[in-house]
Design a protein around this ligand. Structure first.
Ligand code: CTP
Length: 409
């Protein structure tokens, strides 16, 4: 997986820098082409010669030590990288990255690169837990930097706690998994390119009167993750969003709707030219039978709202399905497998994603989900707890593979 991959390995100045030798050596043994940049401080802990010998490439420290007149080194390294890996990443380097400082070779290259960046922090436990560092790490993660969390244990400074650089073998495994996932994404892009994907997200709003309505806890995160994943895979995406509690994704063609009926009409409008329909929305099953034109007044001690069934959008799509690939979702609190199988058959879905919303980290409002994917034959995949983005990618990979008649794994 690492053969021929160009990895720029940034080593910064902490005692864990000595482990960078094993890391460099392990990456090279797996076939990676490793280019090392050290900070000045790192060179106090480990020598340039060690890394040069292990990587079999020149090691860079000083921004102005330009050895090849044909290139500007920090730009050249920024451009050639398939991955930039900073291990160990000190508190200072993390903070410089957050601020966008560029006062040495490593920080300049980091600003210039468009390659994915992965960092493995290592520092004293109190430094690691300092609010400034915590905030800076969160900022980096929100910008897409991949974090390899430090391990817990005895630290070189004598403290016991979190801050120890993750072991080189573990870092190599994470790098390996990163490239494996990237390759899988590329393969899936191929299968998904040009496909029309319609996704519904969020809850619906069923009006009682001009100032009151019935809705549910859906945040829209899962549906938006599906829309984003489909978009990233090269599909032509239309998002139909009800009530959502997160920003809508930029660049994706989005229609806003309120009620189950609005959503039904919007979905039907897309249906004939949809290849993959993902019905993630939490659609109201019932709506008030009468919608009052003016604000209802409180008169009686009790008030009975009469509700009527909404159209089951998924079920009606299942009835009119030709070549479309239809995916439903189901939030359950018990008997997940039994209810999921009932729904996949009754609603004629190709796949049904079921989650037990009583599990921590699954369901409404969370960034993660724990789902099982079913088809009419039974369980297709039981996924571990993972980010909604990863669930979305896995789900669409299965759909795209089935549509193209190839295996999804
Ligand atoms: N769904 C829909 N239209 C509705 C209700 C639900 O399209 N009016 C879709 C949801 O978007 C979801 C799937 O049906 O993809 C399952 O929703 P769920 O509420 O779990 O299904 P129900 O059939 O309503 O089952 P339950 O009796 O558990 O409420």
């Amino acid at each position: 997986m690492l053969r021929g991959k160009k990895i720029v390995l940034g080593i910064t100045g902490g005692i864990a820098a000595y482990k960078a030798a094993a890391l460099c050596s392990g990456l090279v043994k797996q076939g990676a082409d490793v280019h090392v940049i050290m900070t000045d401080s790192a060179s106090k802990f480990i020598t340039e010669l060690t890394l040069q010998t292990l990587s079999r490439n020149p090691v860079h420290i000083d921004t102005f030590d330009e050895r090849n007149p044909e290139v500007v080194t920090h730009i050249h390294l920024a451009d050639l990288a398939d991955l930039v890996l900073i291990a160990p990443a000190t508190a200072n380097t993390i903070s410089k990255m957050t601020l966008g400082l560029a006062d040495d070779m490593l920080s300049s290259m980091l600003l210039a690169t468009t390659a994915p960046i992965m960092i493995a922090p290592a520092m004293n436990v109190h430094m690691y837990q300092h609010p400034a560092i915590m905030q800076n790490m969160n900022t980096l993660v929100s910008r897409g930097v991949l974090m390899i969390e430090p391990g817990e244990g005895m630290l070189a400074c004598g403290y016991v706690g979190k801050g120890r650089l993750e072991e080189p073998e573990t870092i190599i495994r994470v790098v390996h998994d990163f490239f494996a996932a990237q390759q899988q994404r590329e393969e899936m892009r191929h299968l998904m390119a040009g496909r029309k994907v319609t996704v519904t997200a969020g809850g619906t709003i069923e009006r009682i009167d001009p100032v009151r309505y019935i809705t549910n806890d859906s945040s829209g995160k899962m549906g938006i993750a599906v829309a984003r994943a489909a978009y990233a895979m090269g599909a032509d995406v239309r998002l139909i969003a009800g009530s959502v509690q997160v920003p809508l994704p930029e660049g994706i063609d989005t229609v806003r709707v309120q009620s189950a009926q609005d959503m039904y009409e919007a979905v039907i409008g897309e249906w004939s030219h949809t290849d993959i329909m993902v019905q993630t929305a939490a659609v109201a099953d019932y709506r008030p039978k009468t919608v009052h034109a003016t604000k209802m007044k409180k008169n009686d001690e009790n008030l009975v709202l009469e509700l009527e069934k909404t159209t089951d959008i998924l079920e009606s799509l299942g009835q009119r399905k030709n070549n479309q690939f239809l995916i439903g979702f189901a939030a359950e609190t018990n008997n997940v497998a039994e209810y999921a199988m009932g729904k996949v058959i009754r609603k004629n879905c190709d796949l049904l994603v079921a989650n037990d919303v009583t599990i921590a980290g699954a369901g409404f409002g969370t960034d993660t989900n724990k789902v099982q994917i079913y088809d009419a034959q039974g369980l297709v995949e039981d996924l571990p707890l993972m980010s909604k983005d990863d669930v979305a990618f896995r789900l669409l990979s299965i759909a795209a593979s089935r549509l193209n008649g190839v295996s999804a794994s």
